[in-house]
Design a binder for this molecule. Structure first.
Ligand code: AAO
Length: 490
């Protein structure tokens, strides 16, 4: 930021803020129209602009470690749910992606045994944390034969569910049956993703076996599912196997839709929530390319899913490894910019946000560390534990405190500084620049002292952050360090 800009903020704050920003200042045009929950919607979706809740993906954490984390950290800090790695038996090997190659529907995996799984779900539930299982319904393992991690033998198109040759698609293209053309809907949903053997998901016998697997997980107390790779299953077939369940679990469907392909995320909204893969790109463009001012129209962007159907994230386990088009993704390796993007995601009322919790990796194949992620009160080396960072914890509380409040007082100063409120419930200022910003920012907050929850702590209890002051005119006067943020709430 140049000196002229800083001077502008400091000198002409309040009345002149709009004038300072010239064409950079924008007015939030967030759709706040009421849309009450339908009977099919799980309770978590009662807000009109997205969810007040936040969930976390404890990627590759083992079941006993997740159980302890639910009790010790996730529950007490208000995380609504945890996404776990696929729980079914998989091919052997140390790489993380072995979990995505099912060889049977036995609940035994690198995550732990069936008994450990049941114990985890029970303990998380008791701590107020739902468990979302990553469910693989599109395919079984890649071509080849061997023995799974629970000792079950398998070979090409033959698995212990049982599934045999006729339970799979055989698209007959390219000599390999591997998807090559994402412009061809039939091919995407009938050929193999890589060499992953593609289930004939239109076949009632296959649908019954998928439903039995999901029911088994539900019987153990699972509250919801991430449906992996459902772009490769027609949304009608997903509806058909879901209709065989006795209940309506929370669902979010992994459909990679960045536009330009015949299969759209919107097609799947009939079944439940859907991943919004344009969102991580928006976060990258804003925070890495320095275009924060463009974020005000997020809720009305063309092609974005409706707020109450979108699951949003800054990165996920594929994107952070450069897979699935992850070149333009912020991850824990991007330091403060990544944290600022997460602060924005948790503060802005769009979608159901998912916080990523990673392990340290050097290459895109590397599996998780052998050690448990948490020892005593801290995360061990090798696990990043982004979900425990004070700014995540503070913003989980912010999201709850600002539930259903629309965006107000949107202000953008240049490309790197934004300020917005959530009515009189909360306010955020983000400085994505390398310079200190001294400024005054207009809020709709009642006058008084507030805790900056970005540094952790809570407004109600001990405030670990700095105390900031909103004056009688609702103006917040603060000095923001480079690459930092302030968030306050009632
Ligand atoms: C491994 C090997 C395979 C081998 C297989 C079997 O890599 O070569 O055939 O084993 O031996 C994970 C790993 C895979 C691994 C698999 C099984 O990532 O590498 O395969 O486990 O062990 C597609 C799917 C999407 C999928 C994504 C990775 O649509 O569902 O590929 N994600 C999920 C999981 C993922 C998992 C699986 C599915 C499988 O999250 O962890 O795989 O269970 C386009 C399409 C996307 C497509 C990507 C693939 O994306 O649109 O649908 O995703 O291509 O790269 C731009 C475009 C964007 C485009 C992107 C990339 O951004 O806008 O549309 O570029 O080109």
């Amino acid at each position: 930021m140049n000196n002229r800009f800083r001077l502008c903020i400091a000198t002409f704050a309040l009345i002149m803020l709009t004038a300072c920003s010239e064409d950079d200042t924008q007015t939030a045009s967030v759709d706040t129209s009421p849309a009450g929950p339908t009977p099919e919607q799980p309770a978590r979706y009662e807000t009109t602009q997205g969810s007040a809740d936040v969930f976390v993906h404890l990627f590759e954490w083992r079941w006993p470690d997740i159980a302890a984390e639910c009790e010790d950290f996730l529950g007490p800090n208000g995380y609504a749910a945890v996404q776990i790695s696929p729980p079914q038996e998989h091919v052997q090997g140390p790489e993380w992606w072995t979990r995505y190659q099912p060889v049977s529907y036995k609940i035994e995996s690198r995550g732990g045994t069936r008994a450990e799984f049941a114990d985890m779900v029970k303990r998380c539930k008791a701590a107020g944390v739902d468990v979302y299982a990553d469910a693989l319904t599109n395919h079984m393992a890649g071509l080849g034969s061997g023995t799974g991690v629970a000792g079950t033998p398998y070979s090409d198109y033959s698995y212990a569910v049982p599934y045999e040759y006729d339970d799979f698609h055989h698209c007959g293209r390219y000599g390999t049956d591997t998807i090559a053309d994402y412009q061809d809907l039939w091919e995407v949903q009938t050929c193999n993703l890589g060499t992953l053997t593609d289930l004939d998901t239109g076949n009632p016998a296959v649908q019954a076996k998928i439903a039995a697997y999901l029911k088994d997980l539900l019987s153990l107390g699972v509250a919801g599912f991430r449906l992996d790779a459902v772009k490769h299953v027609s949304h009608e077939e997903v509806s058909e196997y879901l209709a065989l369940l006795d209940s309506k679990p929370f669902l979010f469907q992994e459909v990679i839709d960045r536009g330009g392909e015949p299969i759209n995320g919107m097609d799947y909204v009939v079944n439940g929530s859907v991943t919004e893969f344009k969102y991580p790109i928006a976060m990258y463009e804003a925070f890495e390319d320095g275009q924060l001012g463009m974020l005000s129209d997020l809720n009305t962007r063309a092609g974005f899913l409706p707020a109450d159907k979108a699951v949003v994230f800054v990165d996920n386990h594929d994107l952070q490894r450069g897979h699935a088009g992850g070149d333009s993704t912020l991850t824990y390796k991007n330091g403060e910019r990544y944290d600022l993007a997460n602060i924005f995601m948790l503060g802005w009322p769009y979608g159901y946000p998912k916080v990523m919790s990673s392990y340290v990796f050097e290459n895109d194949q590397q599996g998780p560390p052998e050690s448990s992620p948490v020892k005593g009160a801290a995360c061990t080396e090798g696990w990043v534990c982004e979900h425990r960072r004070p700014s995540r914890v503070g913003m989980v509380a912010f999201r709850k405190a600002t539930e259903a409040a629309p965006v107000t007082n949107w202000q953008a100063f240049g490309d790197e500084v934004i300020s917005f409120g959530r009515g009189n419930k909360g306010h955020i200022v983000i400085n994505n620049s390398e310079e200190t910003v001294d400024g005054t920012f207009v809020t709709s907050m009642t006058a008084g002292e507030y805790c900056n929850v970005i540094a952790g702590g809570t407004a109600e209890n001990d405030c670990n952050g700095s105390i900031v002051l909103v004056d009688d005119d609702g103006v917040l006067q603060i000095s923001l360090a480079p690459m930092s943020a302030v968030a306050i709430h009632n």
